[in-house]
Design a protein around this ligand. Structure first.
Ligand SMILES: [Zn+2]
Length: 356
């Protein structure tokens, strides 16, 4: 369960100054990133968050004050910009400049508690009224300037406080497939279990036999039971496999990004269907949702988009397994490459839910 705690920050000149300094840098970063993005659009390029972050690292050498802000905060600012552009492409208004009036918050991707206060990266100790330690995993925080002072909002995952020792920032994206059950953005290839496939092909054979028998006859009746038992076996095998995979992933990752697949629509497609496999994905996602945070993202063009330069076209995908960008030459396993796009999309979504 995700919960937000809001605290009023005890006013002090030091905190006020710090806030004004850092929020100014956030605005600066937002605005120069916006400029860079617009310039690249004019030249027909599409810069990803990743590219802008890289440019920002270079900019730190020139504008040393950027070092005053934690890099994760800068990332969150860039993701926020990315989101405004995404919303714009979906029909919302054009992203505005970050003005003093509009931009009044600083996002943080991590936070710690002391015995009576909070500690934010590159900001330091923040004392609040009515301090009460939040229960659960502290995920993200935001300092917001309201009309009557500064507030600290902390997003906490209550459920995950009980679970394992996974890092609250850990995140992985999965590309679901048939050859491999899934490929992760950390480069793991989860095999589809062979015993499941053995049973599946057996099931196909027994089903074919059944279809040739005279319906209602004694042989047919026996065969129905054979097929039913095999279905049950396949079902149990698969569930066992899905339980194990989802547990493994949730032990290691706080956030799992998956494709928002239209499973119903896909099973209408004869080539993809194999109802059985689709069914497995749906169950898998449900199991995962029960064990960890699942973020579903639009998988559109994720296999054709280059995660390095953003160039998107069919020709990028040379074969089923090879991705080679025709624009920048980046080469990677096609499924693994797709997970980087899903990861980026998911992380933007995660930010959008937190940044105010
Ligand atoms: Zn490329």
């Amino acid at each position: 369960m995700i919960k937000t705690y809001t605290y009023k920050i005890k006013p002090s000149e030091k905190v006020e100054q710090k806030f004004n300094h850092l929020v100014g840098i956030c605005r600066f970063v937002y605005n120069i990133s916006k400029e860079v993005k617009e310039e690249s659009y004019r030249r027909g390029l599409r810069l990803s968050c990743f590219d802008i972050q890289k440019q920002l690292t270079d900019a730190k050498k020139e504008h040393t004050f950027l070092k005053d802000v934690h890099s994760q905060t800068l990332q969150a600012v860039i993701d926020r910009l990315d989101n405004s552009f995404k919303k714009f492409f979906k029909g919302a208004g054009y992203p505005k400049w970050a003005s003093k009036k509009k931009w009044k918050s600083i996002p943080f991707k991590s936070i710690k508690t002391t015995h009576n206060a909070f500690k934010l990266p590159s900001f330091g100790v923040v004392k609040v009224f009515k301090f009460k330690e939040p229960k659960g995993d502290l995920k993200t925080a935001t300092i917001i300037k309201e009309a009557d002072g500064l507030y600290l909002k902390i997003v906490v995952d209550e459920y995950n406080s009980k679970v394992k020792n996974r890092d609250s920032q850990s995140v992985v994206a999965l590309d679901m497939g048939i050859k491999f059950f899934a490929v992760t953005s950390d480069g793991e290839y989860l095999e589809n279990p062979k015993h499941l496939f053995k049973n599946l092909s057996k099931l196909r054979i027994e089903n074919r036999k059944l279809s040739r028998m005279k319906k209602g006859g004694s042989n047919w009746k026996k065969q129905v039971i054979v097929v039913q038992r095999l279905y049950l076996k396949v079902k149990r095998c698969r569930l066992d496999f899905l339980q194990k995979q989802s547990t493994l992933l949730s032990n290691n990752y706080e956030n799992v990004i998956v494709e928002d697949l239209n499973i119903k629509g896909m099973s209408k497609n004869k080539r993809l269907s194999k109802h059985i496999l689709d069914c497995g994905w749906g169950t898998f996602f449900s199991l995962l949702e029960y064990k960890t945070n699942v973020i579903k993202v639009n998988p559109r063009y994720s296999s054709q988009e280059c995660s390095k330069c953003g160039h998107t076209c069919k020709e990028n995908r040379k074969t089923q397994s090879l991705f080679e960008c025709v624009n920048c030459g980046y080469t990677e396993n096609a499924d693994h490459q797709a997970t980087f796009n899903l990861l980026q999309r998911g992380q933007s979504l995660m930010e959008a839910n937190v940044v105010h």
